[in-house]
Write a protein that binds this ligand. Structure first.
Ligand SMILES: Nc1ncnc2c1ncn2[C@@H]1O[C@H](COP(=O)(O)OP(=O)(O)OP(=O)(O)O)[C@@H](O)[C@H]1O
Length: 237
């Protein structure tokens, strides 16, 4: 389980994250939704101890990320900008992570297969398309067969087949009792993927709950968002 409580992150006078509280439960895919600049990545970075909170808490299984005894086997993460060395072959990139975390080498082949990169395993990452890089990032997140997945915009750059694959994969992953938290600014996509949604706008939580509850009385998740925020432009999504 992921528990974020009263979390704030200020960059000088900018309140990027403002008293954010939500949970992501095991067995569920939780969509963390909001327009560009809403505060999603800042929240996820704090959760993964890549940045410090101004105040509040972000806990994984009741503790901080830095205190996890076996982080890669507990949490798999995919964050923007945390890419592999471009000159490296995909298989070498994954093998290096596996080796440094005492993960058996055969797991590298398994995750490459899982994300559909077996045939491109020996290519250098600089030759990968954006979608292939996303798949490789996911493969890295899955290496430790973690019980929690934290993914920042995982469908960015994927083609429709890739998007469908991610959706099915994450739902199946959560069905096994695992916790999946993914951020997105794509409401339509999230409506097909998440069981629960947490909507953030201008650093503050607008609403959260089961997708069906939030969309009740609205034509779509998108119209629910605009009704809840009074934001009619939709231009930043
Ligand atoms: N290191 C930083 N220094 C100053 N401001 C920052 C920094 N990182 C983020 N911000 C600001 O904090 C706000 C939230 O940014 P954040 O990246 O968390 O949003 P986001 O919801 O992930 O957006 P996107 O979908 O565009 O990635 C934005 O206004 C952003 O400009």
């Amino acid at each position: 389980m992921i528990e974020v409580t009263g979390l704030s992150k200020h960059y000088r006078s900018k309140k990027a994250v403002d008293e954010v509280t939500f949970t992501a439960q095991p067995g569920r895919v939780t969509g963390f939704l909001g327009p560009n600049g809403a505060g999603k990545s800042s929240t996820l970075r704090i959760l993964l101890d890549l940045d410090a909170a101004t105040s509040g808490q972000a806990l994984i299984k009741g503790g901080r990320y830095r205190d996890l005894t076996d982080p890669l086997r507990t949490v798999g993460a995919l964050l923007d900008g945390a890419g592999p060395v471009p000159e490296r072959r995909a298989i070498d990139h994954l093998s290096w992570i596996a080796q440094s975390n005492r993960i058996p080498r055969k797991r590298v082949r398994e995750v490459l297969d899982l994300v559909g990169l077996t045939d491109a395993a020996k290519q250098r990452v600089k030759k990968y398309s954006l979608g292939m890089k996303q798949r490789l990032g996911l493969a890295g997140a899955l290496l430790g067969e973690p019980e929690i997945l934290i993914l920042d915009e995982p469908v960015n750059g994927l083609d429709p087949d890739g998007i469908r694959w991610v959706r099915t994969f994450l739902r199946d992953y959560a069905a096994g009792g695992r916790t999946v938290l993914l951020s997105s600014h794509l409401m339509t996509e999230m409506a097909d993927t998440a069981h629960d949604v947490v909507i953030i706008n201008h650093g503050r939580i607008v609403t959260q709950g089961a997708l069906a509850e939030i969309t009740a009385g609205h034509a779509s998740l998108e119209t629910a968002f605009f009704a809840l925020t009074g934001d009619r432009t939709g231009s930043r999504w």
